[in-house]
Design a protein around this ligand. Sequence first.
Ligand code: NAD
Length: 496
Amino acid sequence: MSLQHEVENLLNTLGVTAHGAEPVHSPVDGSQVATYAQATPAEVEMAVAQSCTAFKTWRMVPAPRRGELVRLFGNALRDHKDNLARLVTIDCGKPLSEGLGEVQEMIDICDFAVGLSRQLHGLTIASERPGHRMMEQWHPLGPTLVISAFNFPVAVWAWNAALALVCGNSIIWKPSEKTPLTAIAVQAIFEQAVRDFGDAPDHLSQVVQGGRDVGATLVADPRIALISATGSTAMGRNVGQVAAGRFARTILELGGNNAAIISDKADVALALHGVLFSAFGTTGQRCTSLRRLFVHDSLYDSFVPALKAAASSMPIGDPLDSAHLAGPLIDEAAFAAMQAALEEAKALGGILSGGERVTGNGVYVRPAIVEMTEQSGPVLRETFAPILYVMRYNDLDQAIARQNAVGAGLSSSIFSTDVRECERFLSASGSDCGIANVNIGTSGAEIGGAFGGEKETGGGRESGSDAWKAYMRRATNTINYSNELPLAQGVTFDLG
Ligand code: NAD
């Protein structure tokens, strides 16, 4: 069966079709698999107006009841997990096991959000005034815009949507223009949950398809209360500035330039495994992909050849075939960016192995390992491709300093069995990233923790822990149950 037929069948099982003026090409083999329609300006305007109306109703629904919708959505995802995962793979090219993992992540965050719907609690705070009580409440915030990137075409939306829904917000999703099909499918699954729920407001969660122009229109709209934007740092710089201009709240989840340190006290076999998955799994197309590796001098001459051998024999090909550990790059532009970075690294003295194109349809490449003496040029920025820059180190403090000496601050790890080294890495003067791991790679986070990074990664946090607070507004309430009107800080205002 051609991919085009498979896409039609997968969408048919959900009772939807994709059609419009824009072609959709699958990175799996480069073929056109569907068409889709971009939203017109009038449709964008209508979506925002409808989202405002839906919010006014949804915010008054008790939070545990809102959780019931998310519970039903999680169950609908369980029913459609296999089909949606195949569509994820066809849409963005990640291996099917990772497509299944991505849908599982959606289910997991739904479970988390259902529990959260009964725990959106504030504090009771001691008042300094007699006969007074002080407390804080968390209220729904408003229409929430979710802008997502191609490489996690469904999970990133779910991280945001599950929390936003239990927090009482309406949602507009602007998916990546590179992966429109999965958004159509997820919307159909969500609408099934809405039907089972019974009395959710219309247009509670909508998809608005289109490119950066559509995204920019939505970002500028003063009726959107919260913008959760996932993508490149260049995108976030633009979105952040526009949002700041109108004091909108943002959650920015941007690019990473993640590093790992391989200590001379590492469990070498474990480190090798962790490095391979982090650097070359998902074809290096995760925000948390490992891009820089600092290897202790005493291990370097054995570890790096072993890494090169393992990388060169990694099975690469059709991501729907479970024999392959990595699929294609998203498109030709990604390949051109990869080659440009490799050329620049070579010109700076980098020694390259791998990185060549694998013949066949689709943009398949061998993982690239570049040995560098200096951390310069392309090593300092994110190239969204399977390139690992490898450098020697002698002194842990120096390795941590070099790890931190880049713009991005998303993910980091150390491989060591020495507790002092590990704790040093995790301490206030250790890794400056939002994610710091020990004896696992930089990628593959769980939903229970707050996810995000510092510096040019944008500072946003989403998913677990207390990330839900970004989706609500906090009101501090002081209640006077006395017959007096004492003022705080001893201030007097005596009417005589
Ligand atoms: P991208 O920045 O090209 O696009 C991401 C999304 O932003 C798309 O939906 C796009 O249409 C939209 N967009 C672009 N410019 C915009 C603008 N000015 N206003 C409004 N919307 C705009 O990113 P991509 O190529 O799809 O994804 C790869 C990038 O995303 C990498 O940099 C990766 O590190 C990052 N990423 C970050 C995270 C994270 O959680 N930190 C997760 C996944 C991907």
